[in-house]
Write a protein that binds this ligand. Structure first.
Ligand code: 1BO
Length: 276
């Protein structure tokens, strides 16, 4: 399976989305954010994933202006839950923060069914997409029932669903449903949100066989499974290490061993319960 850092996956509207990117969730410190984005660009990353709630869109915008070229990059941000009824204003604020006139992908962050506004938000996001200011639109943390409701109400299928996904929470059923609908699956927290030591003993022999780290094996496993990934790090050596996953291949046995690690354990809130 041949990939490189330029590899893309085609979204349902024909837009090519990079398979590998930098996540910046929980990066609040400006120097850390700048170091992370600078290291990523130096390592040829060309996809950056932020969100209005991360509070760092303006730092991402400035780091891109200082270290990169906006037009060479695939920039993603997300509509926060409290803004579901005011998506247009929230989107314009994100564009301003990011110092850009468009994003490559705009995602609805959580469905938050208790708010009762995600269908309304999806309709507004379709208008934003039709205006050309978001080259693609999708969702995050959507279960099948949330997708069905949004699609039934609008006839418009999200292009991407970004969800928590790692070896302990593999989300095969949701992925099968989404792929049948033409929705690209994207993993956040691809390295288990700090729980990697729980599964390292199983992955270490695979890592040793390929001369890679456990993290590199896990990232490669996502890619070979057809997922888009956005690992986060603020440490330059780790940003570089995360990108060195394009020079080896996991074999069928490796993939099967990692498949056994699924425990249906999520570390982030259940999207039905999330009421933030
Ligand atoms: C609450 C944020 C989860 C990852 O985007």
């Amino acid at each position: 399976m041949d990939f490189d850092i330029r590899s893309t996956i085609k979204l349902s509207n024909g837009i090519e989305m990079p398979r590998f990117g930098l996540g910046v969730w929980q990066v609040k410190d400006e120097n850390e954010l700048r170091t992370s984005v600078k290291s990523a660009l130096e390592n040829k990353y060309w996809h950056i994933d932020t969100a209005q709630i991360y509070g760092n869109e303006h730092m991402v915008g400035q780091a891109i202006a200082d270290f990169g070229k906006r037009d060479d990059l695939f920039v993603v941000t997300k509509l926060w839950n409290a803004d579901q009824a005011n998506a247009e204003a929230a989107f314009e604020a994100s564009l301003k923060n990011l110092q850009t006139d468009h994003v490559d992908l705009y995602l609805m962050h959580w469905p938050c069914p208790k708010r009762g506004t995600y269908v309304q938000a999806w309709k507004s996001m379709i208008d934003i997409y039709k205006s050309g200011r978001a080259k693609a639109i999708g969702v995050s943390n959507f279960k099948q029932e949330h997708l069905e409701r949004a699609i039934d109400a609008t006839g418009f299928v999200p292009m991407v669903n970004q969800v928590e996904r790692h070896p302990m929470y593999q989300q095969d059923e949701l992925a099968a449903y989404c792929r049948a609908k033409g929705i690209v699956m994207e993993a956040y927290s691809p390295l288990t949100s700090g729980h990697m030591s729980d599964i390292a003993p199983t992955i270490e022999p695979i890592a040793k066989k390929h001369g890679k780290s456990v993290a590199q094996v896990i990232l490669r496993w996502h890619l070979q499974g057809g997922w888009v990934i956005i690992p986060k790090s603020v440490t330059p050596s780790r940003v570089a290490e995360n990108a060195r996953i394009f020079d080896f291949n996991l074999d069928d046995d490796d993939m099967k061993i990692i498949a056994t690690l699924d425990r249906n354990v999520r570390f982030l809130p259940d999207p039905d319960e999330a009421d933030f």
